[in-house]
Design a protein around this ligand. Structure first.
Ligand code: R2B
Ligand code: URA
Length: 309
């Protein structure tokens, strides 16, 4: 059974508040954000997070710590960037750092991992009564016909069938949600990319899969049931559908943000061109440099918005 809930209300956008779409929450005396080790009774969430305007999420805990320290310096905040503590230190599921109006959180790999984080993040922003928040995923990806190191701003997040939707099984039924992202935000980010020298940036569709190996048509996993030609044909079809990169979180990220009235974008650097191979053989130093590119772009964007340019 397919339930299409693509037009779940997004009326909250105009008020700028983050809206949770769960009537049961109103009847809960306390809300424990278990994987963050935070709660509405144990922490003063409005005091801790009320001033947040930008939330950046990415897979790795170390990278998101490095991003927090980087943006702290870029925003010329008072104090020592090395003193930023992990707000989720009480759990090793996710890491969370705050630098002024910017929250930086890790989400692990894959849809289930980011989805749990997003439930708790959206409730956190709601409880903290944050307004006009922009969410950006900064990550890595495999490129489809692009020079490695290219930054892809996601136009539309699509599933493995190139459809702009995310399917969630709820009570044994499939709920389908739209993965449409904010067009103006994507254009603005593309413009930011153009303003930074040596930061190749393109707009394209991003395919989100549930696996890194077979699910992304790789020939180098522990299992593989298809030929090189099958793989290339799938990549060609993806390219024809406008797909320029492949990663593992964008569809659920886009779908959840959309339902809750959060402006969202996905910016991923490509680590390789999947038409040319599967293994990530780029030298470690170069990979680190590539991974900083989405961070530079987001920093430029945030500084522009805060009037720091
Ligand atoms: C990109 O990189 C990870 C897999 O290596 C995954 O989290 C993703 O989306
Ligand atoms: N992340 C992915 O999901 N796929 C790649 O090919 C590279 C990074």
């Amino acid at each position: 059974i397919l339930l299409n809930v693509g037009n779940e209300s997004t009326d909250c956008l105009e008020h700028g508040l983050v809206h949770v779409k769960n009537p049961h929450l109103d009847f809960m005396e306390e809300d424990i954000l278990y994987h963050f080790n935070l709660g509405t009774k144990t922490h003063n969430l409005p005091a801790m997070f009320g001033d947040i305007k930008f939330v950046c999420v990415g897979g790795s805990a170390n990278r998101m710590k490095a991003f927090a320290q980087f943006i702290f310096k870029e925003l010329e905040l008072k104090g020592d960037c090395n003193d930023i503590d992990d707000i989720c230190a009480g759990t090793d599921r996710y890491s969370m750092y705050k630098a002024g109006p910017v929250l930086s959180i890790s989400h692990g790999m894959g849809v289930p991992s980011i989805s749990i984080m997003m439930h708790e993040l959206i409730k956190l922003l709601h409880h903290a009564r944050c307004r006009d928040v922009t969410l950006i995923r900064i990550g890595t990806s495999g490129g489809v016909g692009l020079e490695p190191g290219t930054v892809v701003i996601t136009d539309t997040a699509v599933d493995s069938f190139f459809q702009p939707q995310f399917e969630q099984v709820v009570l044994g039924k499939v709920i389908v949600r739209s993965t449409q992202l904010d067009e103006n935000l994507a254009q603005e980010l593309l413009q930011c990319g153009k303003e930074i020298p040596n930061l190749p940036t393109v707009l394209g569709n991003t395919m989100c899969t549930h696996d890194f190996y077979e699910g992304q048509g790789r020939l180098d996993g522990a299992l593989c049931s298809f030929s090189t030609e099958d793989k290339l044909e799938y990549l060609r079809k993806a390219h024809e559908a406008g797909v320029r990169n492949i990663e593992m979180e964008s569809t659920v990220f886009a779908a959840m943000c959309r339902v809750c009235g959060l402006k969202a974008a996905v910016i991923c650097v490509t680590l390789l061109d999947r038409f040319k191979g599967d293994q990530i053989s780029t030298p470690h130093e170069l990979l680190l440099e590539y991974q900083q590119r989405p961070q530079y772009l987001v920093s430029h964007f945030i500084k522009k918005h805060l009037g720091l340019h």
